[in-house]
Design a protein around this ligand. Sequence first.
Ligand code: CAO
Length: 416
Amino acid sequence: MTKPLEGIRIIDFTHVQAGPACTQMLAWFGADVIKVERPGSGDVTRNQLRDIPDADALYFTMLNSNKKSLTLDTKKPEGKEVLEKLIRESDVLVENFGPGALDRMGFSWERLNELNPKMIVASVKGFSDGHHYDDLKVYENVAQCAGGAASTTGFWDGPPTISAAALGDSNTGMHLAIGILTALLGRDKTGKGQKVAVSMQDSVLNLCRVKLRDQQRLERVGYLEEYPQYPHGEFSDVVPRGGNAGGGGQPGWVLKCKGWETDPNAYIYFTIQGHAWEPICKALGKPEWINDPAYKTAEARQPHIFEIFKTIEGWLADKTKFEAVDILRKFDIPCAPVLTMKELANDPSLRASGTIVEVPHKKRGSYLTVGSPIKFSDLKPEVTASPLLGEHTEEVLASLGYSKQDIFNLREMKAV
Ligand code: CAO
């Protein structure tokens, strides 16, 4: 099967999570991704949170599958020369260094465009160019705070809260992948490369758009009827943290199931979708609620929504989260068990669909990683192990025309 991105060569100058998540996805879809790493050390995540001494950490292996690794000191003149050759023969360069690092290395956008006018240069930064914080280095949680996620996540009586989902890192990488693919399509029409830039703040905010919606509604009417603060609590002039409230037009909450006293994840998420009220009442054995004016409409229910949730918890008390969902699904009620990482890792459906895959690795043995969450009718992305540091240095240099002696010399100079 020909992979859609086969023939696209990508210089992967990325590290940690935001950039690697982007290039990993492009590699799954067939791009030839060459990860350029500093000789001797490589991507810092190779060593971070190691669980096996002397083997690349899962942090690295789970973000760098299907790639090649070329060690190259791009601050040395000999290393720069190799990089220039690679740039001339590649389609895309992706980087997520701190602000100004690529320029300091001597590879500004202007220089890259001069070396290869067809090349797409894609960058992740914490803040967009020209933003008053554009000199800041940024990690995941910093981005969640800067993009509006933290101030709107958590409970009203607690501090701003960080989500476990990598809204700042992997999410930004996904936005960048869309930008790169768009620029590649654009290049087919114009023959020209371009610069593609995505900031972590912007990417987080893009996912927090409903909170920007709520800010405007709050300013207009002074309250937000789907938040737990309505109608009994108070609203200030900023969107509050809504705990586990639904956030859209459907009230919902995380509800206790059988065993919650000892199992911190014995919960389901229960949604009260407006038109599903009748099936909900039937599922709960509360037919009298169907036409009761105190329950019949969403507006009538909202003032005592927590009493309703309490009643549902009464119904859930003798059911595990899985038993409860199995009953509720028959009534077409949107709900799900709160799943742990252990349950997800062992979920046969996720294994069958390739969303979670087991990959053999030269040093680690096999490890679990995520596969493509995007499914195609004509492509089944195959996930292969992440490369060892410098595993493909000789192969890549040879493809650029370097002889064995040249490679030996570059090694002697510690340029590769
Ligand atoms: N050879 C020689 N030098 C290399 C090299 C190579 N192959 N690869 C990188 N370097 C050098 C760079 O030139 C740079 O040097 P200078 O700072 O002297 O110019 C340095 O290594 C890397 O700098 P950095 O600022 O990228 O690294 P850091 O560890 O200090 O910061 C991070 C890390 C993530 C905070 C920063 O890169 C950043 O803000 N990136 C943009 C936002 C981002 O992507 N954050 C998400 C990270 S995932 O949580």
